[in-house]
Design a protein around this ligand. Structure first.
Ligand code: UDX
Ligand code: ADP
Length: 471
């Protein structure tokens, strides 16, 4: 008989766990969903009565939280009772790249996954289906299985515990997470137990067409997620590499992308040039792919994927270089407005955001940055740049640094240049007449996302560099 799921627990209340569980709770009112996290501050924020203060910003998320929280969606730090009553447990914890030890800088650190599996084995009761949601290296399910079975034996309980492990990778993209979750291109479920797979299919089929639910073995499911992210990132490195060629030769990257993407075999999506990809997944997943390939002696394959990252690093670096070059070879003591700090629009997430490296480089060169982002808060920028702002630091402006700005005009005031780093809608509509009046001359616009009306900006006296636009 297919196990009927009445109680779900999700370990990890982050960018994946929070939105995914909000959608499951809203689509399955008959299921109680408990999201747990070791970070009590994060849980407090999820329970905040002010829905503008949720820990993550995602369009449409606060409405779902309003509808389900306290009814069949709960956020807490209580592990024991929530795990023991769960029929199904999702693991959505962080899986960053290792920073030290074997595989440092390449392999994924499984510390958080391992600790979640140990907690599950300690508190779970009866039969539990464990679903890995976080992106994981191929064959992690095997590790989870081993921990679950061996440590539940170690726990010295007489009670029989049975675990089934499924891989159900998340394909949501931040900023569009609720839409991606409610209308997914596909749901992928990997596993080796038919009944466990069917019980997860039963949940998704409440709102996803059965034809879109794909099932595979565990390893193929895990590898599909890594491969999907590697292919997506590869497209961005491809278009960014061509953007540099367009700039040299006089072609227009948007026209090239449109012509290329009109071929059905290629498609129009994911061909926007930019300052390089960011986000928590792409770099980590490719590094991990490279690591796995090297492990299996596939050096040529590893080198092939490594170039996707190399081009991405180069794209970020060349943007800083050309800003400096165009500002007469030095940005020391010059004020520059940074518009956008998140790694993409419609999220407050800054993980691996190209803005971090670009800002650090410019500060290092002595620039004074006025940073504005519609959703990223001061504290996050401070943490990412690893420094306080100039005003609270009371630092001599000659040393380079940054200031937090509250809007576009505030950021642009007194600057020599504006750099657009995130494609937020409000940056597409900038009033260049107003902005040009508050900047120093000669003033520059560097549009790394190719989203501004450059003719308008030019007509108000700005010098313009836009990614992939020929000279
Ligand atoms: C990605 C995958 O899309 C998603 O399926 C997976 O589950 C997690 O990783 P995410 O990182 O949230 O999602 O955002 P995505 O939209 O993929 O963008 C990643 C980066 O690529 C961003 O920095 C974005 O600005 C950049 N990008 C994206 C481009 O530069 N050009 C594009 O055309 C698309
Ligand atoms: P993602 O983008 O994959 O969702 P996040 O970093 O946003 O990553 O979220 C992961 C969450 O998992 C964090 O809030 C972290 O505190 C939580 N977490 C990590 N390890 C554990 C654990 N052992 N038990 C509970 N929560 C955990």
């Amino acid at each position: 008989m297919i196990p009927q799921i009445k109680n779900i627990c999700c370990i990890g209340a982050g960018y994946v766990g929070g939105p995914t569980m909000a959608v499951i709770a809203s689509k399955c009112p008959h299921i109680q969903v408990n999201v747990i996290d070791i970070n009590s501050e994060r849980i407090r924020e999820w329970n905040n009565s002010n829905l503008d203060k949720l820990p993550i910003y995602e369009p449409g998320l606060s409405q779902l939280i309003k509808r389900c929280r306290g009814i069949n969606l709960h956020f807490s730090t209580e592990m024991k009772s929530n795990i023991s009553k769960a029929d199904m447990i999702f693991i959505s914890v962080n899986t960053p790249t290792k920073t030290k030890g074997r595989g440092a800088g390449k392999a994924i650190d499984l510390k958080w996954i391992e600790s979640s599996a140990r907690t599950i084995s300690l508190y779970a009761k009866g039969t539990t289906i464990v679903v890995e949601k976080s992106t994981l290296p191929v064959r992690t399910a095997e590790t989870i299985k081993k921990i679950l079975t061996t440590s539940s034996n170690d726990n010295n309980t007489k009670e029989e515990k049975t675990f089934f492990v499924l891989s159900n990778p998340e394909f949501l993209s931040e900023g569009k997470a609720i839409n991606d979750l409610t209308n997914p291109d596909r749901v992928l479920i990997g596993g080796d137990n038919d009944l466990a797979i069917k019980s997860l299919i039963q949940i998704y089929s409440k709102w996803v067409d059965k034809g879109k639910i794909l099932t595979t073995d565990l390893w193929s499911s895990e590898l599909s997620k890594l491969t999907a992210n590697a292919f997506l990132a590869q497209r961005i490195s491809s278009i960014n590499s061509i953007s540099a060629l367009c700039e040299e030769t006089g072609a227009d990257i948007n026209d090239v992308a449109c012509a290329v993407g009109s071929d059905k075999r290629l498609g129009k999506l994911f061909l926007d040039p930019g300052p390089g990809f960011g986000g928590s997944c792409f770099k980590k997943d490719i590094l991990n792919l490279v690591y796995i390939c090297n492990h299996y002696g596939l050096e040529k394959v590893a080198n092939y994927w490594q170039t996707v990252i190399n081009i991405n690093n180069w794209q970020q670096k060349r943007i800083t270089d050309l800003v400096v070059q165009n500002l007469f070879g030095t940005v020391s003591e010059k004020r520059i407005a940074i518009l956008g700090f998140s790694f993409k629009a419609n999220t407050n997430d800054t993980r691996e955001s190209p803005s971090i490296n670009i800002c650090k480089d410019l500060i290092e060169e002595g620039a004074i940055l006025h940073i504005y982002d519609p959703k990223v808060e001061y504290e996050k920028i401070k943490k990412d740049l690893n420094s306080s702002d100039l005003i609270s630091n009371n630092i001599n402006h000659k040393e380079g640094g940054w200031i937090y700005s509250r809007n576009i005009i505030d950021a642009a005031s007194g600057t020599d240049a504006i750099i657009i780093l995130t494609e937020w809608d409000e940056f597409k509509e900038i009033n260049w007449s107003k902005i040009s009046n508050v900047m120093r001359t000669p003033s520059w616009l560097f549009d790394t996302r190719s989203i501004c009306n450059i003719h308008k900006a030019k007509s108000f006296g700005l010098n313009v560099w836009s990614v992939g636009k020929g000279k």
